[in-house]
Write a protein of this length. Structure first.
Length: 166
């Protein structure tokens, strides 16, 4: 890799590593430590392919690697409901919306990995349907249906009376 490529990669790393970590924490539903490992592995792949992807969209490539690795790990574990979420890195203690955020994160944890990935990318990362579809390697229609189903599940779970069986 050329010195120019090295400099560009360092700049990318400084600018986007926190956003990638946030995505990993939310999508993989694991601890911060596991998410950091996931991001580290993704960045290794990005580094290996940097000269080729540098001028395309390296962040999309890195997000796709993170999401695919998280989904694969969730499939291997098969017990997604036992995974706990860590608080996203930018969350400040004492934030007025902290309880709502924690509730939403707990509801996200209960969703299947791919549906959770769609919701995180669409609404938490504020990506378009097309960009989300590109990252996940599916159609925009799949993104729309998975988002609608995921939001409906969360809405239903949050409106159930306490003590109701889930």
């Amino acid at each position: 890799m050329t010195e120019e490529d090295e400099t560009a990669f360092d700049e990318f790393l400084a600018a986007r590593s926190t956003a990638l970590l946030r995505t990993a924490i939310l999508v993989c539903g694991a601890t911060r430590h596991d998410a950091e490992d996931l991001v580290q592995n993704a960045l290794e792949k990005v580094y290996r392919h940097w000269p080729r992807i540098r001028n395309d969209n390296p962040e999309a490539y890195a997000r796709k690697v993170v999401v695919n690795a998280a989904i694969s790990a969730a499939r291997r574990r098969k017990i997604i409901n036992e995974i706990t979420f860590a608080r996203p890195p930018e969350t400040e203690a004492g934030s007025p919306d902290l309880d709502l955020r924690d509730t939403l994160i707990n509801e996200l944890r209960r969703l299947p990995a791919r549906m959770r990935a769609v919701l995180v990318l669409r609404y938490w990362e504020d990506m378009s349907e097309a960009a989300t579809a590109t990252v996940l390697g599916c159609s925009a229609g799949t993104v729309k249906s998975q988002a609608a189903r995921g939001l409906a599940r969360i809405r239903d779970n949050m409106t159930e009376p306490e003590g109701a069986m889930r």
